[in-house]
Design a protein around this ligand. Structure first.
Ligand code: SF4
Length: 401
């Protein structure tokens, strides 16, 4: 099999099979991979628009029983550093997001055994009562599975109840690599097997929700397994068409149990380009500048990405593992314009919302990232008293409240 032959097939609009994807990944020069990916991107987005969203990444709790060994964010049940955000704290974060032109929370957190499904329902209802137009892009498939198991409610019912409470869409977190050999080695098989992750997404799509898909690479997987991950996403997308976008980033090793090294920038660009080639039924690919930095993020636009993701107001998970790149709307827009594209704001459905907010009105610059909680703040929200705890530590905390 020749790289040239496969490249001609891609340029002609053909779909690559696993062996062809592997050949390109292993042997195609980086500039050729970029050219193929950029050709597909310009076919899908001929107007040279690059989009971004203003939303806020809020992690409602860091308490987690899953204990993935690549994660530096979680704290075990009973840890003095564990937190659950109060509803009022979340409202304040929404107010700050709206002040800079934002329209959505990306709400994800640990698998906390002391938060029953009613806590999520009450939170979503309270958010929608105060901010009817504000969107909740919330709870990755492993969180949905955790809520399902904890409350003994089937996944379709969990989704139905959360949608009734205000859930708008589901983020594609927790996919890591959708190959069970890899998931067992990363200790994330029990939070969701590959089939379970895809099963939740299939259910969500069939319930009318749109979702994103992700891939975290650079731990223990082989090149073949990265491709298998992409092919499994492509297969589900053929079936449901429910994914709006694909986002890939490299594993961040600092402070994790797994340790190791971070993949390089070239590896990132090659992986992104390959994803654009393999995922021919995905319209949108995001640049992961949060892990790669603004400069590689900008280069991503020549390697298949057509979206700069989110303006980063708050970040907790990647920062815990050593990466803390920050770009506000001004910087994102500068990077897009400087690369020769037209910047446009969008929503989660990739509908265009307009030109940059800062060109229309004064908005505060965000030159430092906010965190979920200020260091040392161990306060417990009052409303937690209303929800029964499952863990011994949680029960003791309720009594002490
Ligand atoms: S990645 Fe998510 S599920 Fe895994 S330990 Fe971290 S917070 Fe928990």
């Amino acid at each position: 099999m020749q790289v040239d032959h496969i490249a001609r097939k891609v340029l002609g609009g053909g779909r690559v099979v696993a062996a062809e994807a592997l050949e390109l990944y292993r042997r195609a020069p980086t500039h050729l991979l970029g050219h193929l990916a950029d050709t597909i991107r310009s076919r899908k987005h001929p107007e040279r628009i690059v989009t971004y969203i203003i939303d806020r990444n809020v992690n409602y709790t860091n308490v987690c029983v899953a204990r993935c060994n690549f994660c530096a964010f979680y704290r075990p049940v009973g840890s003095g550093d564990g937190y659950v955000l109060g509803f009022e704290e979340i409202f304040r974060k929404i107010d700050e997001t709206i002040a800079v032109g934002g329209n959505q929370l990306l709400l994800q957190g640990g698998h906390n055994p002391d938060l029953p499904i009613q806590w999520y329902e009450d939170l979503f209802r309270a958010v929608k009562a105060r901010y009817p137009e504000f969107k909740l892009h919330a709870l990755s498939p492993p969180e949905v599975l955790h809520i399902s198991k904890l409350n003994q409610v089937p996944v379709p019912t969990v989704i139905e109840r959360l949608v009734a409470a205000g859930l708008d869409s589901i983020p594609g977190g927790g996919a890591e690599i959708l190959v069970d050999r890899v998931r067992r080695l990363l200790n994330c098989y029990s939070k969701a097997s590959s089939d379970e992750w895809l099963g939740v997404m299939g259910q969500a799509h069939r319930a009318g929700l749109r979702t994103t898909a992700t891939m975290m690479y650079g731990t223990v997987e082989t090149e073949e397994e990265r491709i298998e991950h992409m092919l499994r996403l492509r297969e589900l997308q053929d079936e449901t068409g429910g994914f709006t976008a694909f986002i890939t980033w490299s594993y961040q090793p600092e402070h994790t149990e797994h340790g190791g090294y971070e993949a390089t920038g070239v590896d990132y660009l090659r992986t992104l380009a390959l994803a654009r080639i393999v995922l021919d039924n995905f319209d949108n690919l995001q640049a992961s500048w949060v892990t790669q930095g603004g400069k590689v993020g900008q280069l991503s636009l020549a390697f298949g990405a057509n979206d700069m993701g989110s303006v980063m107001i708050e970040e907790n998970v990647v920062r815990a593992a050593g990466a803390s790149y920050c770009m506000d709307e001004v910087e994102i827009v500068n990077n897009i314009v400087d690369a020769g594209y037209v910047p446009k704001r969008r929503n989660m459905h990739y509908e265009l919302l307009g030109d940059p907010v800062f060109l229309e009105r004064d908005v505060p610059r965000m030159l430092a990232l906010a965190t979920a909680r200020t260091d040392g703040d161990t306060s417990v929200p009052d409303e937690l008293r209303n929800y029964p705890a499952r863990s011994r530590a949680g029960k003791q905390l309720r009594i002490a409240q």
